[in-house]
Design a protein around this ligand. Structure first.
Ligand SMILES: [Fe+2]
Length: 193
């Protein structure tokens, strides 16, 4: 599994960058921030930018890149919300993490959302929602969510899916399979999480 691990100096540099951006924007979806996101992303550590650039240009068969080493303050991010429908004020505890999400995504392409998903938000929340435990979508929690293709409902699905893990107390695994060796792609029924 291709893995990029941030070192201490890189983490410190990223934290400083995020603090500066978070002081200026109230949301990672602020249109002014999104207009600047790609430029700001070039202030990320060079080694991280190089890894994402290589991933984008070489499209390795593994079709995935795990970036790790960025600490998440479990207390600072607060309780897992009960629903994704939150105001920018309610999202403040994860603002810096969401900014990093958009910055790294901006080095791969343009970050997009769907009008029909989570009110068109670009950064989606994936968490258990009460009453939806048995659903085969990201808000389900008591079933294994089976194989699916992200955004299969649309012919212009994104080129990348960018899950960002803030909390996983039960160490629930995510399984990913590149389809490069499976022959011609065929879009089937799917859910998105
Ligand atoms: Fe998914």
């Amino acid at each position: 599994m291709p893995k990029f691990v941030l070192d201490h100096d890189e983490v410190v540099s990223i934290q400083k960058l995020l603090a500066g951006i978070a002081a200026k924007y109230r949301s990672a979806e602020d249109p002014e921030f999104l207009l600047e996101a790609n430029l700001l992303a070039h202030e990320l550590p060079r080694r991280l930018r190089a890894a994402l650039n290589e991933f984008r240009l070489t499209e390795p068969d593994e079709a995935m890149l795990v970036i790790s080493g960025f600490p998440v303050d479990d207390v600072k991010i607060g309780l897992t919300p009960e629903h994704w429908k939150l105001s920018p004020e309610q999202r403040v505890p994860t603002l810096e993490e969401e900014i990093l999400f958009v910055l790294t995504g901006s080095l791969l392409g343009e970050c997009i959302g769907w009008a029909t998903q989570q009110d068109g938000r670009i950064v989606h929340d994936v968490m258990p929602v009460k009453g939806m435990e048995q659903e085969q979508i990201g808000i389900g929690s008591e079933q294994t969510i089976w194989w699916h293709t992200e955004d299969a409902f649309h012919p212009l699905a994104g080129d990348y899916n960018r899950p960002d893990v803030l909390r996983n107390p039960d160490h629930v695994p995510t399984t990913f399979a590149p389809v490069a060796d499976l022959g011609p792609l065929r879009r089937g029924p799917s859910t998105s999480s």
